[in-house]
Design a protein around this ligand. Sequence first.
Ligand code: PEP
Length: 248
Amino acid sequence: MSRKPFIAGNWKMNMNVESGKKLIKELIPLVKDANCDVALCVPAILIPEMVKAASGSNIKIGAENVHWAASGAFTGEISADMLKDYGVEYAIIGHSERRQYFGETDESVNKRTLAALNAGLTPIVCVGELLAERENGTTNDVLLKQLSVGLKGVEDVTKVVIAYEPVWAIGTGKTATDAQAQETIAFIRKTIGELFCPKCAEKIVIQYGGSMNAGNCKGLMAQPDIDGGLIGGASLKTDFAAIVNFDK
Ligand code: PEP
């Protein structure tokens, strides 16, 4: 079963209209012949302008979060339908920074994931262990809980992208080794097979995220279970194109 690789950027709370448009214009010719799906997840306020900037190219625009309700009294929040209205195709859900700083839980990840799917967005559901959890040998337990609660009630799990992001590797310059990332993503795939179905496990796209860059992407992408990357820091520059073109 061959899965199409998927490289996505996460701009976090960076860029503005001018720098975002400039980067997208620079990236368009560099990634136009990519053999993978390409997306940039951008701050909500930049979405309309970045959708326009990327229009007609193979770069799709994603959001960095999405609320679970369709509408209502949720001051400051943005619904999946609102994102869809503006041409958004993906939404990152449960990024470790949201879990750490904004009280995101596996239960809220689940509600956001179901809402995104319901609106026709592709959720990029982030899972990953803390350094202490890796060191005390509970990585797989943590992942099992994040997956079983976070994806509860999902009808077609192959419409979800999973990003395995060890928290200790995000923004730290410390990448998981190719072998560590492969072993853990193979565990995630096996778990999807057990929670859903073996065919789903073969089909679902699972990314690695955590200090992935132009230098280490080839080794990571050569691993049999790693289908792509969620890229933070390196998505803020044209280096992102080198990751997208990892196979060239
Ligand atoms: C991320 O924010 O999802 C991420 C992986 O960041 P970085 O690539 O900077 O580690």
